[in-house]
Ligand binder design. Structure first.
Ligand code: GUN
Ligand code: ZN
Length: 435
């Protein structure tokens, strides 16, 4: 057993539902055995009850539950920063040419290492990942996630129209390759499989039906796709599915909107769609940096919350601008501020919740990860800025841990991630820099 001593903060409840959701232990203890938290509370109490346990002193920083990125693309690491164009042009000019390279296993293996290292180094311990259009690349991604320990829910991205032909497949092949990947990886170690049609624009009804076949054959696999991101995209989908009521209906009619479903963006939802998403208990993954970079629009968080739609956070690398969920939290906050009366003011508790427990709920992992409750896995990120940095000065003088948390979101970066654990295993320690 190890007794961790730290200033820790977590959100065992939702700040959208409770004003007491944020829990803070300024000098806290977390006792970890076999990767799980077995006791928590003030450090002094835990030390008195467990005087002989090995101790890890993490004071001087903020310890948070490991971050959970619910929308991120594996094959887009190397194209982060394709600024200046809207979604469909960005796909044609940046994303799709790069994704075609993943037919080459050596290329895919190199990016898989960069991808998993990028997530972990940003404090992300679980992720819902858009894989590749190539089954070999998805296999390599799961292999790398397993080697490092990342909790990855990922899948083969499937499409049969309107992309580049080398990224197209058939419904039968999508089913066969998906099934083989599920049988190999779903539930193995920390891996989960997610059925992943790219979006209705690039998936025929037959393709969506093949996705649904996998979902019903394997009732525990997850589902993810894109929805209502960009006005031109939405118009195109409307033309492709003349019998559908709206964008959500293209997935709904195939039986793909369930509590296991995470739909990215939803920047331009219809009232009916919000109502149906709430009724089906699926999640909207909000990707604020991507929405800003691609000019997709302002996310209507207030309408989602009022309708009862669960919302989580995603980096959407490479439409998004990097792996840091701190940055996503801050951008989410900005975008609500900028919407005036239509915006939902977000507190540090909301931002922490969106980065952690909201994601765990989206992935159906809330019994295992997302907060520091007893019985949860010890998935954690220690933010401890270098002495001499601005953030170090700010945190040192913060009036309270909650203020320090706000400052971390405002000013923190990947460089402030000192250590990361998954299931009690240390998976990242910041390299020491010698001047
Ligand atoms: N819609 C379909 N594919 C993509 C993608 O790769 N990124 C984003 N942001 N939206 C998409
Ligand atoms: Zn995306």
């Amino acid at each position: 057993m190890t007794l961790y001593r730290a200033c820790y903060l977590h959100t065992p409840a939702s700040p959208f539902e409770s004003e007491q959701a944020l829990k803070v232990e300024p000098d806290g203890g977390l006792l970890v055995q076999g990767g799980r938290i077995v006791a928590s509370g003030p450090y002094a109490d835990l030390r008195a009850a467990h005087p002989d346990e090995e101790q890890a002193d993490l004071r001087g920083g903020l310890l948070l539950p490991g971050f959970i990125d619910t929308h991120v693309h594996f094959p887009q690491v190397r194209i982060i920063g394709g600024l200046g164009v809207p979604l469909l042009d960005w796909l044609d000019q940046f994303a799709l040419p790069e994704e075609a390279r993943f037919a080459d296993d050596a290329y895919a293996a190199a990016v898989a290492r960069e991808f998993v290292a990028g997530l972990i180094g940003s404090g992300t311990t679980s992720a819902l990942v858009f894989g590749s259009h190539f089954a070999g690349a998805v296999d390599l991604l799961f292999g790398e996630a397993s080697r490092v320990g990342l909790r990855a829910a990922a899948g083969l991205v499937v499409s049969d129209r309107l992309l580049r032909t080398e990224l197209h497949t058939t419904p039968q092949r999508a089913y066969d390759e998906g099934k083989a990947l599920i049988e190999k990886w779903h539930g193995r170690g920390n891996n989960l499989y997610a059925v992943t049609p790219r979006f209705s624009l690039s998936a025929s009804e037959g393709m969506l039906e093949s996705c649904a076949a996998l979902m019903s054959e394997f009732p525990d696999v997850r589902f993810t796709s894109h929805i209502n991101e960009n006005l031109r995209e939405i118009e195109t989908v409307r033309g492709l599915f003349p019998g559908s009521r709206d964008y959500l209906d293209t997935y709904e009619r195939a039986g793909l909107v369930t509590p296991r479903s995470v739909l990215a963006h939803n920047v331009h939802p219809q009232p009916r769609e919000l109502h149906a998403m709430a009724a089906q208990r699926c999640t909207a993954a909000h990707c604020p940096c991507s929405n800003s970079a691609l000019g997709s629009g302002m996310f209507a968080l207030k309408r989602h919350v009022r309708a009862g739609v669960h919302v989580s956070l995603g980096s959407d690398v490479g439409g998004g601008t990097g792996f840091s969920l701190l940055k996503e939290g801050l951008q989410a906050y900005f975008m609500q501020q900028l919407q005036g009366a239509d915006g939902l003011p977000l507190t540090p508790a909301h931002l922490l919740y969106l980065c952690t427990r909201a994601g765990a709920q989206a992935l159906g992992l809330e019994d295992q990860v997302g907060d520091f409750g007893v019985g949860k896995q010890f998935d954690a990120v220690l933010f401890r800025p270098d002495p001499g940095s601005t953030l170090h000065a700010v945190l040192t003088h913060a009036a309270s841990p909650e203020r320090a948390l706000a400052s971390l979101f405002a000013n923190g970066t990947q460089a402030d991630v000192a250590r990361v654990w998954i299931g009690g295993e240390g998976v990242y320690a910041r390299p020491q820099v010698t001047p």
